[in-house]
Design a protein around this ligand. Structure first.
Ligand SMILES: CSCCC(=O)C(=O)COP(=O)(O)O
Ligand SMILES: [Mg+2]
Length: 250
C-alpha cells in the first residue's frame, strides 16, 4: 500500500464510497418510487415544489428526444400532470438516472421518511472515525460532499445517519447543480468555490468515470471498493490507487 496522501481538503462521493449502494437502491429509491404519487397529490400547489415541477416539465421535453418510448410530455391539467410526472419519475428511478430536477424531488420525498424515522442514513463503520480525526487536525481538514443526490437529500442523510447528526463534521455540499460528476469542469468549479488548488484536494469515489474526471481536473483521487459495488475495470485498477476503507487515507 502506498503512503497516505497529503491533502488539505477532502471531497467525498456518497453512494458506494461512504454509504452502501444497497441503502440507496433498496431503501431510498423504493421509498421515492412508492410515495411519489401521494407526495405530488398532497404538495402539488406548494411554492417549493412549483419550481421543481417546472424543471421536470422541461426535463421531460429533453429526455423525450433521448428516450421516446418511455418518457411522457407532462400535460397541463393537474391530474394528468401528476400521472405523467409519476410515470417519468418512476422510469428514471428504475433506470438510476442522475437528473438534477428528479433528484430534487426525491430529496423532498425522503424528508418525510427521515423525519418519521422510517430510514436512517447508512455510513460504513470506518467513516465517522476518519472524519473525526480530520476535524481534530491542526488546522482541521475541511470535508466536502459531492453527490448526484440533491444537497437537501445529502443534508438529510447526514443529519439522520445511523451515527446520529454528523453535519458538524462537514464543511459544504455539492450536487449536480455544479455540473455532472463525469465532467472535469465540475471538480474545477468545486475547487474554486472552496478556495483550494486542485492538487491539494483528495476525492474519493467508487465510479471510474468520476475518478477520471477529477483526475483530469488535477485532484488527487482514490477509488473506493466496498462490498456490493460494481466491479472496477482492470484499467481503473491499473490507473488509480484502490482503497477498501477510509483508514487508508490517514
Ligand atoms: C444523497 S443520498 C441519495 C443518493 C443518490 O440519490 C445518488 O444518486 C447517489 O449518487 P452518488 O453520486 O452519491 O454516488
Ligand atoms: Mg458513488
Amino acid at each position: 500500500m502506498p503512503p497516505p496522501p497529503e491533502f488539505s481538503a477532502l471531497l467525498l462521493d456518497i453512494e458506494g464510497t461512504i454509504t452502501s449502494i444497497s441503502f440507496v437502491k433498496d431503501q431510498l429509491f423504493p421509498y421515492a418510487y412508492d410515495h411519489v404519487e401521494r407526495y405530488l397529490q398532497e404538495h402539488f400547489e406548494d411554492g417549493g415544489l412549483q419550481g421543481i415541477i417546472s424543471d421536470l416539465r422541461g426535463l421531460a421535453k429533453e429526455q423525450l428526444l433521448l428516450d421516446p418510448d418511455q418518457v411522457r410530455i407532462v400535460r397541463d391539467n393537474k391530474a394528468e400532470a401528476i400521472e405523467d410526472l409519476v410515470h417519468n419519475v418512476r422510469h428514471w428511478i428504475n433506470t438510476d438516472k442522475k437528473l438534477t430536477a428528479m433528484k430534487a424531488l426525491q430529496g423532498l420525498i425522503w424528508e418525510e421518511a427521515y423525519r418519521r424515522g422510517d430510514v436512517k442514513g447508512h455510513l460504513y463503520p470506518d467513516v465517522l472515525p476518519v472524519l473525526e480525526l480530520l476535524c481534530k487536525r491542526s488546522p482541521p481538514t475541511p470535508i466536502y460532499i459531492y453527490s448526484s443526490g440533491s444537497v437537501h437529500a445529502q443534508k438529510l442523510l447526514f443529519t439522520h445517519s445511523i451515527n446520529g447528526d454528523i453535519t458538524g463534521k462537514l464543511s459544504g455540499y455539492f450536487d449536480t447543480n455544479v455540473g455532472l460528476k463525469g465532467e472535469a469542469e465540475s471538480y474545477k468549479s468545486i475547487c474554486r468555490q472552496i478556495g483550494r488548488d486542485a492538487s491539494e484536494v483528495l476525492f474519493l469515489t467508487d465510479v471510474e468515470a468520476e475518478a477520471r474526471a477529477a483526475n483530469e481536473a488535477g485532484l488527487q483521487v482514490r477509488l473506493v471498493v466496498r462490498q456490493g459495488n460494481a466491479p472496477l475495470s482492470e484499467e481503473a485498477k491499473k490507473d488509480f490507487i484502490v482503497i477498501h476503507t477510509l483508514d487508508d487515507i490517514i
